[in-house]
Design a protein around this ligand. Structure first.
Ligand SMILES: Cc1cc2nc3c(=O)[nH]c(=O)nc-3n(C[C@H](O)[C@H](O)[C@H](O)COP(=O)(O)O)c2cc1C
Length: 370
């Protein structure tokens, strides 16, 4: 029976334990999306020998960003900044993949060189906020404007932008990349019929709606090789004003197709989570959880979302997933794997420091032994 501390090989990633750091946007990059020393220290602190870190959502294009001070991977300075993060993680025996992110309709023009957001269809993500800055440099939530429908000839260019980002991630030394296809961002906007009303070969049938995501995965795999690309999905997700007429059918189809892609892993956000928050009493037509998709996807599964260590262990015991990713707990417990292993108490996360700021609430959580 597997526990959180049974070693596992996920594609080409050889891991000593199964406590994964989930990608968490912390809005601490510098000078136009460049990871600086503060971020190097943050990731270094969270490294454990043989452990896997998934670095936060990172913009693949200067024309699409939703959070002020979120990092990018589309220019040399950003690549060099990430290399320092990766080197620090590798020096301590950890592994790290980069989450590649295009927010599509969830982009703020002020963070995107003035560009209007693009999406499969001109449908606004209602009641969803990005984080910009006001005239005094203070963060503030902002609604997304109406997106522009992508022209057919622009779509291969976007896939190419993912490929270029993957090349930069490889040059920076990352062990692989994770496609952010969750939480209502561009790949999911193509996939779900609530946000994709196209009538060309990128919309309509399930196969057409899944095409963008699958072609991006193929491009990433060409760059990094088999077993080094992960895909993150949120099959029960409603964050970003997302909906689908039949999520169970959509995601089981996708999971089945991903069997042929030689992934490192499929990463699934469980139904109890909406974006960065716990779901409050709401419901979704048909929650699709890891245990459902296990039937369709035969490779390595990471489950994420609202896990305490005990619940993660139970999930592994029941063989409903292979690894467990922790988000908020990792923000306040830099040595989370060791704390879980030794039964040390866990520190509660600091909500008001999650998104943006300085070292406070970011790199000042001590390891337990200190
Ligand atoms: C501060 C914060 C930032 C997040 N940023 C990302 C992100 O960049 N990419 C992503 O896929 N999910 C992101 N999430 C979602 C987490 O990865 C995770 O799915 C969610 O927090 C639920 O897991 P938890 O209960 O272990 O925190 C974020 C969550 C939080 C709290």
């Amino acid at each position: 029976m597997n526990t959180l501390f049974t070693p596992i090989t996920a594609g080409q990633l050889r891991l000593q334990h199964r406590v994964v750091m989930a990608p968490t946007t912390r809005m601490r990059s510098e000078n136009g999306g460049v990871p600086g020393q503060l971020m190097v220290e943050y990731y270094r602190q969270r490294t454990s020998p043989g452990g896997l870190l998934i670095a936060e959502a990172t913009a693949i294009s200067p024309h699409a960003n939703a959070y002020a001070d979120a990092p990018g991977i589309f220019n040399d300075a950003q690549q060099a900044g990430w290399k320092q993060v990766v080197d620090a993680v590798h020096k301590q025996g950890g592994q790290i993949v980069l989450q590649l992110w295009h927010p599509g309709r969830q982009s703020l023009p002020e963070l995107s060189e003035g560009y209007q957001p693009v999406a499969p269809s001109a449908l606004t993500a209602r009641e969803t906020y990005g984080v910009g800055k006001n005239a005094d440099g203070i963060y503030e939530g902002k609604l997304f404007p109406e997106p522009r429908e992508l022209q057919e000839e622009e779509i291969p260019q976007l896939i190419e932008a993912y490929r270029q980002a993957a090349i930069r991630a490889k040059s920076a030394g990352f062990d692989g990349v994770e496609l952010h296809a969750a939480n209502g961002y561009l790949p999911e906007q193509f996939l779900l019929d609530g946000s994709n009303k196209r009538q060309d070969s990128w919309g309509g049938s399930l196969a057409n709606r899944a095409r963008f995501l699958l072609e991006v995965v193929a491009a990433l795999t060409e760059v990094h090789g088999p077993g080094r690309v992960g895909v993150r999905i949120s099959p029960s997700g409603i964050y970003g004003d997302m909906h689908d007429s039949d999520p169970a059918a959509t995601f089981s189809y996708l999971a089945d197709k991903l069997n042929d892609m030689a992934l490192a892993y499929l990463h699934i956000i469980e139904p109890r989570i909406v974006g960065p928050e716990d779901r409050e009493g709401g419901h979704y037509e048909e929650p699709v959880a890891s245990r459902h998709l296990r039937e369709f996807y035969h490779g390595t599964l990471i489950a994420a979302g609202g896990f305490k260590p005990e619940a993660g262990e139970k999930m592994l015991e029941a063989d409903e997933a292979d690894l467990i990713a922790f988000g908020r707990l990792f923000t306040s417990n830099p040595d989370l794997p060791a704390r879980i292993q030794h039964g040390y108490p866990l520190a509660h996360y600091q909500r008001d420091a999650l998104f943006g700021g300085d070292a406070k609430g970011y790199t000042d959580f001590p390891a337990y032994a200190q």
